[in-house]
Design a protein around this ligand. Structure first.
Ligand code: UDP
Length: 242
């Protein structure tokens, strides 16, 4: 980004810059990948651009379906303009199929199709390793009111319905995903962050047999190789469907 804009925040996968309009920010997507709370790190040339383009398409789809998001427009292929929000320090994970940490922490078998979506909420805090948190603890910490928590949970369930059916049309199974929300200048709750294969598990449904083919960050977590090819394939399918 041009140095007339101030770097407000740098996360693991994105940089946030000031905008001349104080209610907006520029979000630049980086090529860095991290996993296991940044214990594992790598760079994939082109990942930032792919995640930015995929996220922009998904945010547009959600806006069309009346979900309030921070997305405004693309500035270029790896930078979006978004509403400035105060991020709520919670990671809302919705699971349709049991996988990942759910199976490590419980006796539920990997691949179990859940009868109804499961919502797991984590405290966004790297020092504490993003612990699973309860509704009562959220209230105790005064992170947000219980009515706003309900609002976020309901938005997440609605987003799941929209995304699950969209991804199914392009032969992808939405296994689970992580969302973040925040308050805009009018105190309205908006969906923030990104929606990309970095924070969604997407399995290829176009495979003939039953083997799981991940087209998401599990490729990096499990050293499977072909991450850029997989993210490009997701972007290609999304573009072909719109
Ligand atoms: N996730 C994420 N950021 C995190 C943790 C999880 O985006 O810090 C996403 C992850 O990509 C997956 C979903 O949330 O789509 C559920 O992840 P899980 O809790 O199973 O954790 P993991 O297996 O990644 O340790």
């Amino acid at each position: 980004m041009n140095n007339k804009y101030e770097l407000i925040y740098e996360g693991k996968a994105k940089k946030v810059f000031s905008h001349e309009d104080l209610d907006k920010v520029f979000i630049e997507f980086k090529d860095d990948a991290t996993a296991f709370n940044a214990l594992k790190k790598a760079k994939f040339e082109g990942k930032g651009k792919l995640n930015c383009l995929i996220s922009a398409s998904i945010f547009k789809l959600l806006e069309k379906n009346k979900i309030p998001t921070h997305f405004l427009e693309l500035k270029n292929e790896h930078t979006m303009i978004a509403q400035r929000i105060d991020v709520i320090p919670l990671e809302i994970v919705l699971r349709n199929i049991a996988y990942g940490s759910l199976c490590k922490q419980t006796t539920i078998n990997s691949g179990t199709i859940l009868k109804k979506p499961l919502i797991d909420i984590y405290l966004k805090n790297d020092e504490l390793n993003d612990p699973l948190i309860t509704k009562d603890r959220i209230e105790l910490m005064n992170i947000l009111s219980s009515s706003d928590l309900d609002l976020i949970i309901n938005l997440t369930l609605k987003i799941n319905l929209i995304l699950k059916s969209f991804f199914k049309k392009i032969q992808l199974q939405l296994v689970d995903f992580k969302l973040e929300f925040g308050y805009d200048a009018n105190n309205e709750i908006l969906l923030g962050d990104e929606i990309s294969p970095d924070n969604c598990r997407l399995w290829d449904l176009s495979q003939k047999n039953d083997t799981i083919v991940s087209l998401d960050k599990d490729i990096f977590r499990n050293d499977l190789g072909g991450l850029i090819e997989a993210y490009s394939e997701i972007n290609r399918r999304i573009n072909n469907s719109i």
